[in-house]
Design a protein around this ligand. Sequence first.
Ligand code: LRH
Length: 493
Amino acid sequence: MTSRYYVACDLGAESGRVMLGSVTDGKLVLEEIHRFPTGATRIQNSLRWNVLGIFQELKTGLQKIAARGIAVASVSVDSWGVDYALFNERQPLLATPYQYRDARTEKRYTAALETVGRETIFAETGIQFMSINTLYHMIADVEDNPDVLGIADQFLNIADYLNYLFSGVARAEVSLASTTQMYNPTTGSWSAELLRLFNLPERLFPPIVASGTPLGPMTAELANDTGLKGTQVIATCSHDTGAAVAAVPAAEGDDWAYLSSGTWSLIGVELPGPLINEAVREGNYTNEAGFGGTTRFLKNIVGLWLLQESRRAWLRQGNEYDYAEINKLAEAAEPFRSLIDPDDPRFLSPADMPEAIAGYCRDTKQPVPESPGQFARCILESLALLYRSTLDTIERLTGRTIKNLHIVGGGSQSALLNQFAANATGRKVLAGPVEATAIGNVLIQAVALGDLESLSAMRDLVRQSFPIDTFDSTDFDQWSEAQKRFEKLREST
Ligand code: LRH
């Protein structure tokens, strides 16, 4: 028996995908209908998203689905966190949205921590400190763009904004709202205190809705443009990481952690509610809102961005490698030759990633990587070592014991990184599914429409539908030696 069709529009920092999902014979079937690049554009000394171009690509994906003549029950957009669009009743877009890595937040970030203090911001939000957070972009808008803010009626984070263009209904979905560092998880509303302290105009802040809230039918204009009929728009987990964590194929129990691996490595555990205390603040861990009222207690690690940017730099020099080749070269390279601290701020937005890595190795008196294989090995080993420190700290902060690490997302395709993660952490790694975000998005639609019961029913279905590869830890002693070197490096830089 074929159930209904649901469409997930999943926007990552590198690419966007329109995915068609349906549940057939107790299994979820997911088909990629349309894929397009999303990457930000450098323009007039700033970094921006072509968000209307993305809207157009999503339309193309929806048109391709409509051309099949199937009835689509619902559609939902998810995206990376943090970034936002400003608009008003007459203007669909008032400024070109900034990309979170834009340097405009640097001085605002430092100033905000100095004037208001980490204690207040953390007590209000439970969110980790990163200069990319929406709060610091908003402060930049208040200071640099009062004219634009003055005529804006509303701000919406990117996925919520696209759901608004789809449905005409402007709502901030809670998982994405929580990434702004302006949402208070205790009151379940925007932080009135932070809005006041930073002079952020209250009228811009839309009503917040729970993950899995139907917004309404697709606008007549979009239905006409795409050819879809009777399709509902649903706010699922608008935050991609929230959708991915909802699709982690874990069984009940609390002995597992997740790693949503892509441009970022988001590593953490699912808690019943936020954990906001001094130790968590000092460790810079975060409490993002998850599906079903859960809390995604996690840490942002810079992730495969290190490799993506290195690859781009090699391409600029005329050398093109795909990820499979890079993994092969890394596998053949000497182990533990040089290590970096992926958390070092110099890796957030460097002009030339291999040069930034080489600089770190020079500064810390380690052999400087020369070949792509050496660079890639250094990146992958360092990431795996950071996974271990992070999991160990999470165990300490939450009192949990973590036995299994579920790796989902594009990064779970790297068998080498999966094996390194198992070796470094001494835990069992379960890798897959790759498309966890789109799967989470689709299945939350199914729950919202009453076709599926709960988060645990979603996870059962993911386990039944997708293969999961297992990696057991080997060479733990050798990795533990490397861990000591790694921790020393982190203390010294
Ligand atoms: C991953 C992600 C992450 C955010 C970052 C901005 O795509 O959403 O969870 O912190 O992008």
